[in-house]
Ligand binder design. Structure first.
Ligand code: ZN
Length: 135
């Protein structure tokens, strides 16, 4: 099986520290990581829940894709991330199936991952992230 599990769920928020506080209370645990990804214009906060995670995403500026997402759709569910063994291999498989990727090549993402996104147009509306743990 090339797709291993749901690695995390990404949630877009306009006030990251408020959202972190809410999710800390909700989950009864503290975030294990905060990370800025300047290239993507985002700051992320991660919570570990068993074998999977929740990623809160806040835009660093108005040009950030996350800020644009919130303007268009409001805060909330942003993407589902699937853990894959071999991102390039999965990209090839999915491109053959007609899925459209946002980037031509895997990119460096948060949390020590190589990532790419499948465009929501080709998944029926949900942004899907594929991520491979960097070895
Ligand atoms: Zn993500």
């Amino acid at each position: 099986m090339a797709i291993q599990k749901i690695e995390h769920l990404g949630i877009a928020v306009s006030d990251l520290s408020l959202a972190e506080e809410i999710f800390s209370k909700l989950l009864g645990l503290k975030a294990y990581k905060e990370e800025k990804v300047e290239r993507e214009g985002v700051k992320t906060v991660f919570f570990q829940i068993g074998d999977t995670k929740i990623e809160l995403l806040g835009g660093l500026n108005e040009e950030s894709p996350v800020s644009k997402f919130i303007l268009k759709k409001g805060e909330g569910m942003h993407h589902i991330a699937l853990d894959v063994n071999d991102l390039e291999e999965e990209m090839k498989r999915l491109q053959k199936e007609g899925f459209i990727f946002i980037y031509d090549q895997p990119k460096e993402g948060a949390d020590n991952k190589l990532i790419n996104f499948i465009h929501p147009k080709s998944t029926g509306g949900i942004l899907v992230e594929l991520c491979e743990e960097k070895k």
